[in-house]
Design a protein around this ligand. Structure first.
Ligand code: PEP
Ligand code: MN
Length: 328
């Protein structure tokens, strides 16, 4: 198997920088697909995305339109000349995507997390020269992402890229899926040969903030963006809150700067990491205040003293070695 840092990833060079992939979360109707694509193509977006099979958190939500949507994607290609991209989560999806000449296949975050799924997809794509993008797994496990890439390489797949779409967080997070700038930068440093794109839509989970974080990603030397775009976002059947119109996308792209060689990349990543930690500290403090308020009320009910000296000393004793270990 070719080592992961040796694979040659020239596929990105066929696109103007930064590479922009746009289109709806899901293909819903032929009209919605064609109208969105026609507007994006007029804005010179090179790749149209649309989910055909949707991994939904809860049962009962729209789970994708299925095979008929692939026909609509083919129409997009015929009518606009855009490349077409969709998510695959198993060998059957791959079979259909190949049969309908989909150009770019991506593995979603909920599949990357499962080595069985990645292996099945990789084997069904054996020796393909299509572009295969891998979204990060839902938790920041660098080796799991690397392992997924290695599974593709082992099957002779050459044109590989990664999409940073953030990581699940429990409550109080400012993002739907928090970005991890350190991990993105580590990836660029270790595998400069593998293009890494950024998905501000699934990170923000809402329209607000997309443009700011997209610019931050490009400042950190990521190679492009995948942005969910819908002709009537409020009426979307999935991820309605985070989708933007093609007009809005164009507005964002007009303001975005892309510097080819970013000498300030390290500084940008450090600043973003500091912001990220500030968010964590604030959310932890808020959780702690809530817990101590409940605790204070219980103490009052049980007539316990406000300060319990034993507990105070015990906490300090327990924390001392921990603080030492943190090396502050
Ligand atoms: C998507 O791109 O619509 C999607 C389901 O994304 P993710 O795999 O990042 O959740
Ligand atoms: Mn989506």
């Amino acid at each position: 198997m070719q080592p992961i840092d040796k694979i040659n990833n020239d596929w990105i060079l066929q696109f103007k920088k930064p590479l922009i992939i746009a289109g709806p979360c899901s293909a819903e109707t032929q009209e919605q697909v064609l109208e969105t694509a026609s507007k994006l193509s007029k804005a010179s977006i090179p790749v149209f995305r649309a989910g055909i099979w949707k991994p939904r958190t809860k049962p009962g939500n729209f789970e994708g339109i299925g095979e008929i949507g692939l026909k609509w994607l083919q129409k997009v290609k015929e009518e606009t000349g855009m490349l077409i991209a969709t998510e695959v989560a198993n060998a059957t999806h791959v079979k259909y995507a190949i049969a309908y000449n989909i150009d770019i296949l991506w593995i979603g975050a909920r599949s990357t997390v499962n080595p069985f799924s990645v292996q099945e997809i990789a084997e069904s794509l054996k020796d393909t020269d299509k572009i295969i993008l891998i979204k990060n797994p839902i938790h920041p496990d660098f080796d799991l992402l690397k392992g997924a890439i290695e599974r593709l390489i082992a099957q002779g797949i050459k044109n590989i890229g990664v999409i940073h779409r953030g990581f699940s967080a429990y409550k109080n997070a400012p993002y739907r899926n928090s970005p991890n700038w350190r991990m993105a930068l580590d990836f660029i440093i270790r595998f400069p040969n593998i293009p890494i794109l950024f998905d501000p839509s699934h990170i923000c989970g809402q329209r607000k903030g997309i443009s700011k974080i997209a610019q931050q990603a490009l400042n950190c030397a990521l190679s492009g963006l995948m942005i969910e775009t819908h002709c009537s976002p409020d009426k979307a059947w999935s991820d309605a809150k985070q989708q933007i119109t093609p007009e809005k996308l164009l507005e964002i792209l007009k303001c975005i700067e892309f510097r080819n060689k970013n000498t300030r990349q390290k500084l940008e990543v450090l600043l973003l990491q500091i912001d990220e930690q500030d968010h964590h500290i604030l959310s932890l403090l808020s959780e702690r205040f809530k817990l101590s308020t409940i605790f204070g009320k219980l103490k009052k009910n049980y007539n316990l003293p406000i300060v319990q000296h034993n507990r105070w000393e015990q906490i300090i004793d327990e924390l001392k070695p921990y603080i030492k270990q943190l090396d502050i």
